[in-house]
Design a protein around this ligand. Structure first.
Ligand code: PMP
Length: 466
C-alpha cells in the first residue's frame, strides 16, 4: 500500500500489527505492508480508511448475499437485542427467533426423494456445522447399529472449515501440513476439475463420470460397511470455483444410494441463492441427507451456521431417543436468528435467487465467459453468482505458469490497485458477487477484471515470461 494519508490508518495499522493475529495470514508480510482497514460499506462497495472505494466482488467472504447497508437487518438485530439479547437452547428451553428460523428453513428447503428436512441444528459458523455433521453421522450410524461406519470421504481442495474436523474434512494440503491432519477416518478423492485434470480430448461428460467413480473406487477400497458419509460442496468454492460437469452429481448420487452412504452437501457458499436456487442441491438434483449452511443465511450480518437434517436422520435421532451430547452456547442465538429471518425476507421479497437464475446469472455467464478471449485466460466459467478463470502460460496446451511466479497473486494485486476485490486460488481468479449486483455493475466488474488481466500481462511481458 502507498504511505497512509489518514492518521487513523497509521494508528490502527500499528495496533493491528502489535496485537491482532489474523486468520490465514503471513504476519511478516503483513507487518511490512500494514493491513487495509475497511471502514464502511454500501450495496456492492466497501471503503477503506484512505477513502478508496472498492467493488467487493467476493461479497466479503462469500457471505453478503443481500449486499451491504441493509437497515432492516440492523433494525431486526437492534429490536431483538432490546427484547432478549441471549438465551440458550440447552436444558429444554428455546427462544422464538430460533424456533421460527428452524421452521422457516425446514419449509424453505425442498424435500428430496419425498423426504423433508424436518430439523435444524444451529451453530455460529460453517466450521462448527461441519464438526456437528461428523458427530451427527457417527451418532446416526451408532443408533442404526452400524458403529463401524465411521469413515467420511471428502475431496482434494474441498473447503469445509478450519476447526480440526473442518480442516480434516477439507482437502487443502497446506492446512493438512500444519498439525498432522486429517484426523483418522477422514479420507479424500480427487476433485471434478475437468479443465485441470481431464485426459487430452476427454469430454466433460466422460470426465464427470470418471471423477464420480473415484468415489466408488474409494468406497470399495475402504469397505462399504466402514463408510458413513460423503461430503462435498455442490460447486467447490475456496478450492477455486470448480464447477462439476453435468454428469458428475447424478453419478455420485447413484453411488451413495447403492452403498447406503449418507450424503452431506456443504452449502455454506452455494446456499441462499448463490447458484440461482435457494440451495445448490436443487440445481444439481442432489438428494443430500445433511446440508451445511452459514454465511448467506444472515448475509454475514450476524455469525450463524447450522445443518439441515433430513427426516432420514432426524427420525432416527428423535425416535430412537437418547441425548445427543453436542451443542454450542450460541446454538440458535436469538439475535443471529432474528437477523436471519429478516435476511430471508429480503431474499424472498426481492427474489434474489430467481434473479440470479434467470437474469443476472446468465448475463454474468456471458460477460465472464468473454474473458476467455484474453491471452492469459485458459477458461472462464460461472455458475449462478460464482465464477472462476484460469490463468495459463499457454492456452493451447493448458500449460500452467510455474507456481513460484505467483501469477494469481500478481493479478490479485492489480485488482486491488484498480479498486476490485477478486480472489486468487493459485492461478485461478474467482469472484462471488453480492446477489444484488445488476447488469450494469456486472459490466463494471468485468471491465475492472479485464484491466487487471491487461496489467498482469504487461508485467509478465516486461519480465519476459508471457
Ligand atoms: N464450508 C464451506 C464450503 C466454506 O466455504 C466455508 C468458509 N469459506 C466453511 C465451510 C467454513 O465456514 P466458517 O468460516 O464460517 O467456519
Amino acid at each position: 500500500m502507498n504511505p497512509a494519508h489518514n492518521p487513523l490508518t497509521t494508528e490502527l495499522q500499528a495496533l493491528d500489527s502489535a496485537h491482532f493475529l489474523h486468520p490465514f495470514t503471513d504476519h511478516q508480510g503483513l507487518a511490512r505492508k500494514g493491513a487495509r482497514i475497511i471502514t464502511r460499506a454500501d450495496g456492492i462497495y466497501v471503503w477503506d480508511s484512505e477513502g478508496h472505494q472498492i467493488l467487493d466482488a467476493m461479497s466479503g467472504l462469500w457471505c453478503v448475499n443481500a449486499g451491504y447497508g441493509r437497515r432492516e437487518l440492523a433494525e431486526a438485530g437492534y429490536r431483538q437485542l432490546l427484547e432478549l439479547p441471549y438465551y440458550n437452547s440447552f436444558f429444554q428451553t428455546t427462544t422464538e427467533p430460533a424456533v421460527r428460523l428452524a421452521a422457516r428453513l425446514s419449509e424453505l428447503a425442498p424435500p428430496v426423494g419425498g423426504r423433508r428436512f424436518s430439523h435444524v441444528f444451529f451453530s455460529s459458523s460453517g466450521s462448527e456445522s461441519n464438526d456437528t455433521n461428523v458427530r451427527l453421522v457417527r451418532r446416526y450410524w451408532d443408533l442404526m447399529g452400524q458403529p463401524r461406519r465411521k469413515v467420511i470421504i471428502s475431496r482434494i481442495n474441498a473447503y469445509h472449515g478450519s476447526t480440526l474436523a473442518g480442516a480434516s474434512l477439507g482437502g487443502m494440503s497446506g492446512m493438512h501440513a500444519q498439525g498432522d491432519l486429517p484426523l483418522p477416518d477422514i479420507t479424500h478423492i480427487q476433485q471434478p476439475y475437468w479443465y485441470g485434470l481431464a485426459e487430452p480430448g476427454e469430454s466433460r461428460h466422460d470426465f464427470g463420470l470418471r471423477a464420480a467413480r473415484w468415489l466408488e473406487d474409494k468406497i470399495l477400497e475402504i469397505g462399504p460397511e466402514r463408510v458413513g458419509a460423503f461430503i462435498a460442496e455442490p460447486v467447490q468454492g475456496a478450492g477455486g470455483v470448480i464447477i462439476p460437469p453435468d454428469s458428475y452429481w447424478p453419478e455420485v448420487q447413484r453411488i451413495v444410494d447403492k452403498y447406503g452412504i449418507l450424503l452431506i452437501a456443504d452449502e455454506v457458499i452455494c446456499g441462499f441463492g448463490r447458484l440461482g436456487h435457494w440451495f445448490g442441491y436443487e440445481k444439481f438434483g442432489i438428494r443430500p441427507d445433511l446440508v451445511t449452511f452459514a454465511k448467506g443465511v444472515t448475509s454475514g450480518y450476524q455469525p450463524l451456521g447450522g445443518t439441515l437434517i433430513n427426516e432420514r436422520i432426524a427420525q432416527v435421532m428423535v425416535e430412537k431417543g437418547g441425548e445427543f451430547t453436542h451443542g454450542y452456547t450460541y446454538s440458535g442465538h436469538p439475535v443471529a436468528c432474528a437477523v436471519a429471518l429478516a435476511n430471508l425476507d429480503i431474499l424472498e421479497r426481492e427474489d434474489l435467487p430467481g434473479r440470479v437464475r434467470t437474469d443476472t446469472g446468465p448475463y454474468l455467464a456471458q460477460r465472464f465467459g468473454e474473458l476467455a478471449d484474453h491471452p492469459l485466460v485458459g477458461i472462464a466459467e460461472s455458475c449462478g453468482f460464482v465464477a472462476g478463470l484460469a490463468l495459463v502460460q499457454d492456452k493451447a496446451s493448458r500449460q500452467p505458469f510455474a507456481p513460484e511466479l505467483a501469477v494469481g497473486m500478481l493479478c490479485r494485486k492489480h485488482c486491488f490497485d484498480n479498486g476490485l476485490v477478486m480472489r486468487a486460488v493459485g492461478d485461478r481468479m474467482i469472484v462471488a458477487p453480492p446477489l444484488i449486483m445488476d447488469c450494469g455493475q456486472i459490466g463494471e466488474m468485468i471491465a475492472l477484471i479485464r484491466l487487471a488481466l491487461d496489467r498482469t500481462l504487461a508485467d509478465l511481458r516486461e519480465r519476459g515470461i508471457a
